[in-house]
Design a protein around this ligand. Structure first.
Ligand SMILES: O=C(O)CC1=CCC(=O)O1
Length: 96
């Protein structure tokens, strides 16, 4: 199942810089492992915002929930999920 996910990051101003750096490093490693696995298909920065648009390809809602709640930045994010399905006018042979 494909999902569009918007993640808005809100780091607290009083978060110690060393702690922020450690969380961001874990976030990057977590995200890149999922990208290598094919579950996290795309990640795009939204210009001018500390936010991203991502596309996930997962088994079901429960797997997406597990992935999102496992994000090291989860407690500092507002996450908006939109389920996707194939558009009837799409000319693509698959859903890539
Ligand atoms: O910087 C972001 O948009 C938050 C984020 C999600 C995965 C990642 O590596 O950074």
């Amino acid at each position: 199942m494909l999902f569009h996910v918007r993640m808005d990051v809100h780091l607290p101003r009083d978060l110690p810089p060393e702690e922020a750096a450690e969380i961001l490093a874990r976030e990057k490693a977590y995200s890149q492992a999922l990208q290598h696995s094919g579950k996290w298909r795309h990640i795009w920065r939204l210009a001018g915002e500390y936010a991203n648009f991502s596309i996930f390809d997962v088994q079901d809602n429960a797997e997406l929930h597990e992935i999102l709640t496992g994000l090291p930045l989860f407690r500092f994010m507002k996450i908006t999920v939109t389920p996707l399905l194939r558009h009837p006018s799409s000319i693509r042979e698959d859903d890539s």
